[in-house]
Design a protein around this ligand. Structure first.
Ligand SMILES: [Zn+2]
Length: 490
């Protein structure tokens, strides 16, 4: 008799910080997750950049970075197509935060495969990425819109998580082998309070209860041992004490600026597309279609934005701005922080960091290494894995000319955003980029990128891993039970 098929449950607790989760675990508030971890394991992961819902789901669901997926942010402008016409060009400006959300699936690069395409026996619950899911396998699409809208205005997020829990537990008795479930409440409560507030803790305790019921149901079916359960998050969060509306900042410099929600401006000299709200992409002269980005050398000329100054230097003087990055005419990506600057380049299979003035990424001097070496050396630094993610942003055609990254404590949306965000994410800071990986199977303690979980899940499900992924097959869950595979060198 053939072995019964393995199953995988990917539970994404949106916006959960690893330190918040660890503290609740240590306090004994998460008994079911504690029981799971006693025979499983946990490690730290660095999410995709920008550290924002939906974009940061792509690594889990495609094994590829946002840059590789050509979805560099939750808002972007098609530099080749946009020509400044209000009605005809509105489709060349994207925001997944509103009615364009369903376009995310078509926007993902066509040679990238979602796990839903590779594992037809999949179910997605509250997922903003649904390519490959039939309507029957995406049962909560309408619920997500309903509860999401209600939560946004009523600031009442637990009903969304409760709806997800019902679908998840129902899926145990169905045929799905891969189940992705998103729990939005932690992120919702974080935004309106802070990342470790009591409503966040309460939502996490409820997720723990759901994991307990999930494990009990699987055990009753005799399926617990062949079910991989992963509890992950797409980003962290941090309190915001100062809002700097970056679009208004450009306007204050005399630059006519296009930005959401009013995506039309007469003869704009800049377009500002904010993500999450700790980072933004800026497009110079967005109404003049062009194929290539402008290099930093050109962007620094006063005429680039029609001002009398170097706008990059002015941005770097702002206390809210942690990093500014752009392509360089000399190759690679230029990155500045305050008065410091450096150049990042791809070199064969590696990444090189060459300081020009000071040490903007805090690497202690020039550095050269493989992406894995960069991750291991910098995952717990001020700007974790930043060299990798800054270069990744500029892989995408749709990325703006300038990337502006906020310092911790600041964001780039207006003060009177409704509901006001008291905490946020989207930046490259440690509090935004570090996420937990809690697994029902043992996992090495080394840090991973969230892309690395994709080949691990396919391996568990016995599915071939497609070539060309950003995620690396560094972990084969359950390998200790199956014995080492023949293809692996001894
Ligand atoms: Zn999120």
């Amino acid at each position: 008799m053939a072995n019964p098929p393995s199953r995988c449950f990917l539970l994404l607790v949106d916006g959960l910080r690893p330190d918040v989760a660890e503290a609740r675990l240590a306090a004994g508030e998460l008994p079911h997750l504690d029981a799971m971890l006693r025979t499983g394991g946990r490690t730290s992961a660095i999410t995709g950049f920008p550290s924002t819902t939906s974009v940061a789901y792509l690594p889990f669901l495609t094994g590829c970075t946002p840059g590789r997926c050509n979805v560099p942010s939750i808002r972007w402008l098609d530099r080749r197509a946009y020509a400044g016409r209000w009605w005809r060009d509105r489709q060349a400006v994207r925001s997944y935060c509103g009615y364009q959300a369903p376009r995310l699936d078509q926007d993902i690069a066509h040679d990238v495969r979602t796990i839903f395409e590779l594992v037809p026996e999949s179910l997605g619950i509250f997922t903003p990425v649904a390519r490959g899911l039939t309507p029957a396998r995406d049962p909560s699409r309408r619920e997500r819109q309903f509860w999401g809208g209600l939560a946004h205005y009523a600031q009442w997020h637990q009903p969304s998580d409760d709806a997800v829990a019902r679908r998840l537990l129902g899926a145990v008795d169905g045929p799905a082998r891969f189940v992705f479930a998103q729990f939005p409440a932690v992120d919702g409560y974080t935004h309106q309070t802070d990342p470790d507030a009591e409503p966040v803790r309460r939502a996490l305790r409820k997720v723990d209860g759901v994991v307990g019921r999930l494990r009990a149901r699987l055990a009753a079916r005799g399926e617990l041992a062949r079910s991989l359960i992963l509890l992950v998050s797409d980003h962290g969060a941090a309190a915001v004490h100062t809002h700097l509306d970056l679009a208004d900042w450009f306007r204050a410099q005399g630059v006519a600026t296009l930005s959401h929600p009013v995506i039309w401006e007469r003869k704009p000299r800049a377009a500002v597309m904010v993500a999450g709200n700790g980072s933004a992409m800026v497009y110079a002269r967005p109404d003049h279609p062009r194929d290539a980005r402008w290099p930093v050398e050109r962007l620094r000329l006063p005429e680039a934005f029609g001002t009398e100054m170097d706008i990059v230097a002015a941005l770097l003087r702002e206390p809210s701005v942690g990093l500014v990055a752009a392509e360089s005419a000399e190759g690679g990506v230029w990155v500045g922080s305050g008065a410091e600057s450096a150049r990042l380049r791809r070199t064969g299979g590696g990444i090189s960091y060459e300081p020009l003035a000071g040490d903007p990424l805090g690497c202690g001097g020039p550095r050269q290494g493989t992406p894995r070496e960069w991750l291991e050396a910098t995952w717990d630094s001020t700007w974790p894995d930043a060299a990798y993610h800054l270069l990744d942003q500029f892989r995408a055609d749709r990325t703006g000319d300038l990337l502006v990254v906020a310092r911790e404590g600041y964001d780039f949306r207006r003060r009177f955003e409704v509901p006001e965000h008291r905490a946020g994410h989207g930046s490259l800071t440690r509090s935004h980029m570090q996420t937990p990986v809690w697994s029902s199977e043992p996992i090495p303690a080394e840090p991973v990128r969230t892309t690395d979980l994709f080949p691990a899940m396919l391996d568990w499900l016995g599915k071939p891993v497609p070539p060309g992924l950003d995620g690396e097959a560094i972990w084969c869950p359950g390998e200790h039970r199956r014995g080492r595979r023949e293809t692996e060198p001894s």
